[in-house]
Ligand binder design. Structure first.
Ligand code: FMN
Ligand code: SF4
Ligand code: SF4
Length: 250
């Protein structure tokens, strides 16, 4: 089995690792540069961004021929997957494939605009273990289920409009607390940050994934009105920065 994942704050990487149980190949989409992948079972584990799949996952599905009789997907999200699985199924259909199984896993929110209260996080993190166990059993048995969507509105485009125009997330800044450690440059999955006299966002293919702002050890990054504080800083407790950086290298 091959499990492809994308992860910014570690939720999806944690799920991918649990599902692999040390046996399946766990492959970072951000570091994958081939145009085909073949296995008896192929999974995609990803975070939901604004009611849909991240652009990097979309590009992966457009550029990679997945050859498998059993393709499944697990979405990690704060509450709702929106159109994510419908989108994946549509993209797979273009290559004559289909999404056989899909499931969502609710975990603390990586988007600081919608932060999950700290006192709710332990319960969420522990509840996901049973859901992941069930997914693991289902995919081992090659169970099929219908592709589903939840919440039709607001649509994906409107949600991104709000993130950009209400919170101003395109306006990414680095303040004087930055010590030029380079973590943001190395954590960015699309090489959108360059180190000059300080880190500079070059705005090339930014996924707005929140990895840089969430992993900055100095809390020196802000996205428009969104700033990191004790309540909004989040990364999955079982995933280390070193693991994220190692897996991100292409
Ligand atoms: C830009 C952005 C948009 C998001 N949109 C949604 C959403 O529409 N629905 C939802 O339930 N969670 C949403 N989330 C939360 C993430 O999907 C969730 O926290 C996910 O588990 C993060 O996974 P990761 O740590 O692997 O990146 C969003 C997060 C970000 C950064
Ligand atoms: S991670 Fe933070 S402290 Fe380190 S270089 Fe980037 S902005 Fe500066
Ligand atoms: S610049 Fe930050 S938000 Fe944009 S893709 Fe890179 S890590 Fe994600």
């Amino acid at each position: 089995m091959k499990i492809f994942y994308f992860s910014a704050t570690g939720n999806s990487l944690s799920v991918a690792k649990q599902l692999s149980d040390g046996k399946a190949e766990v492959i970072n989409i951000a570091a994958f540069d081939q145009n085909t992948a073949e296995d008896h079972s192929i999974g995609i584990v990803f975070p939901v961004f604004c009611y849909d799949i991240p652009l990097i996952v979309k590009r992966f599905l457009l550029n990679t021929a997945l050859k498998s009789p059993y393709i499944w997907a697990a979405a990690t999200c704060g509450s709702t997957v929106g159109y994510s699985f419908v989108t994946i199924n549509k993209l797979l259909k273009k290559r004559g494939q289909k999404l056989s199984y899909c499931k969502k896993i609710v975990l603390p929110d990586s988007c600081i605009a919608f932060k999950t209260p700290l006192d709710k996080q332990p319960q969420m993190l522990s509840a996901q273990k049973d859901i992941v166990k069930k997914i693991s059993q289902d995919i081992a048995a090659k169970t099929e289920n219908p592709v589903f969507k939840d919440k039709l509105l607001p649509i994906n485009g409107a949600a991104w409009w709000g993130m950009k125009n209400i919170f101003g997330i395109k306006n990414k800044r680095v303040n004087a607390d930055c010590d030029k450690c380079g973590v943001c440059v190395r954590i960015c999955p699309v090489k959108n940050i360059e180190m000059r006299d300080k880190p500079v966002f070059i705005n090339k293919d930014c996924e707005n994934c929140f990895a840089c702002i969430q992993w900055c050890p100095k809390r020196a990054i802000s996205f428009g009105k969104l700033k990191i504080d004790d309540a909004s800083k989040y990364n999955h407790p079982d995933i280390t920065l070193q693991e994220m950086l190692k897996n991100n290298q292409s």
